[in-house]
Design a protein around this ligand. Structure first.
Ligand SMILES: Cc1cc2nc3c(=O)[nH]c(=O)nc-3n(C[C@H](O)[C@H](O)[C@H](O)COP(=O)(O)OP(=O)(O)OC[C@H]3O[C@@H](n4cnc5c(N)ncnc54)[C@H](O)[C@@H]3O)c2cc1C
Length: 389
């Protein structure tokens, strides 16, 4: 039997950042991950380019993660354009609305993972790899975690960062509301003849949604959302046929395009648990809030929650108070829910209205975009949300 202060389940970007935020203050932390150590040390490209807000970048700097990401791997996101159907009109959201020289930054998910793993401080932190949590029991006096190998750990607090489909959350009997958008998202990296000027596109086309996320060296991450069956067909095309298909979908606005990476598909399922905490238990990252990626808030919310939870735990530890008291965990739940629930719901509405193809929906979204373009406070609010202010 091992004893530790905190068990974190899942060494995804959220679990790793949380471990970084909590370590070095005298608490013993055990991070449990089902993947191998090699996979954590050199995570494979997974197609995701994460749009990070200014607030998230500041947090990654504090955690010692940001400087471990190469300069050319951090692409500035200067502006964003939202488009509807085949109309040439676009609502422009510029960085100038925020007072920063960019709205945020784009970094590959696997590079965030790698940097967050490299930043882990040896000493008070124990990383257990190739292990899965198979059972969890908690009560007022502590938590007991059982691993697939049969080993057990006693802890004061267990934090689940094991994805939006968190098995640990289920072990605690916490129900979650799931919304299946009935679509999938294909992501890959492409080059194109026309320059992107570091402007992101969100293009609500008819029968499809496209996004373009600008990166250094004339590359862009291309994101296509379609019904799952159509995404499968797209994934099976050879590289050349795929590039021609994507050119057509973008109405050749980017000129000739070439596929330069593997393609990855993600089914779109939003998840919001009924509770974010339990007895000596908390959720973090996607296990706490599983966002639809269209508003690019998933990991940004994850980092916000990690900041709230880690500061509360470190304060309690410094004051020799219980680091997993009901009051502390409930305060975290209140703050994180207030920060995420409204946008989770709004994102659901946006994803629904902007992908409906009835004539009234098409007209309504065009009108909304044109009004939005004229109302500077609205555009500023969107810009501030992208910048994380
Ligand atoms: C296409 C796409 C684009 C996105 N774009 C953005 C964006 O622009 N901006 C943004 O902020 N967010 C974005 N996101 C969201 C972002 O990727 C997620 O919020 C983030 O990756 C979640 O990290 P996590 O660590 O919580 O979960 P995960 O990345 O799912 O990691 C969970 C970890 O837990 C491990 N695990 C699972 N079960 C167990 C178990 N029982 N025992 C041990 N280990 C376990 C898994 O192996 C994994 O390593 C996007 C998501 C997608 C799909």
């Amino acid at each position: 039997m091992m004893h530790t202060d905190i068990v974190i389940v899942g060494a995804g970007p959220a679990g790793l950042c949380l471990a970084n935020a909590l370590s070095g203050a005298g608490l013993s932390i055990t991070l449990i991950e089902q993947q191998s150590e090699d996979a954590l040390r050199a995570p494979a490209f997974d197609g995701r380019e994460i749009a990070l807000t200014q607030k998230s970048v500041a947090m990654l700097k504090t955690l010692g993660v940001w400087e471990r990401i190469g300069e050319r791997a951090k692409s500035p996101l200067r502006d964003a354009r939202v488009m509807n159907g085949s109309s040439p009109f676009a609502m422009e959201i510029g960085h100038k609305l925020t007072g920063h020289s960019e709205l945020g930054w784009l970094v590959s998910n696997h590079l965030i993972r790698r940097a967050a793993f490299e930043a882990l401080k040896a000493g008070s932190l124990d990383v257990v790899t190739s292990e899965r949590v198979t059972d969890l029991k908690t009560d007022a006096s502590g938590a007991r975690v059982t691993l697939a190998s049969g080993k057990t750990l006693d802890a004061q607090l267990v934090i689940a960062a094991d994805s939006r489909f968190s098995a640990t959350r289920r072990m605690m009997g916490i129900a979650a509301d799931m919304h299946d958008f009935g679509k999938s998202m294909l992501v890959c990296c492409m080059t194109h003849d026309e320059p992107h000027h570091h402007s992101a596109w969100e293009w609500f086309g008819y029968g499809q949604t496209l996004a373009l996320l600008p990166m250094h060296d004339g590359r862009s991450s291309v994101v296509v959302t379609l019904q799952s069956q159509k995404i499968e067909q797209l994934q099976q095309l050879d590289a050349d046929a795929f590039a021609r298909d994507i050119e057509r979908r973008f109405e050749c606005r980017l000129g000739r395009m070439s596929l330069i990476s593997s393609r990855h598909v993600y089914p779109l399922i939003g998840v919001y648990p009924r509770r974010l905490v339990g007895k000596r238990f908390a959720t973090a990252g996607d296990a706490a809030v599983g966002m639809h990626p269209v508003t690019a808030h998933g990991f940004n919310f994850g980092l916000g929650g990690i900041e709230t939870l880690s500061l509360a735990i470190l304060d309690a530890h410094a004051a020799h108070r219980d680091i997993a008291s009901d009051a502390l965990l409930q305060r975290y739940e209140r703050v994180h829910r207030m920060a995420t629930w409204p946008l989770y719901q709004l994102t659901r509405v946006i994803a629904d209205v902007y992908t409906r193809d009835s004539l009234p929906a098409k007209v309504a979204r065009d009108v909304l975009l044109r009004i939005g373009e004229k109302v500077t406070p609205f555009r500023r609010a969107v810009a501030m949300s992208l910048a994380g202010k």
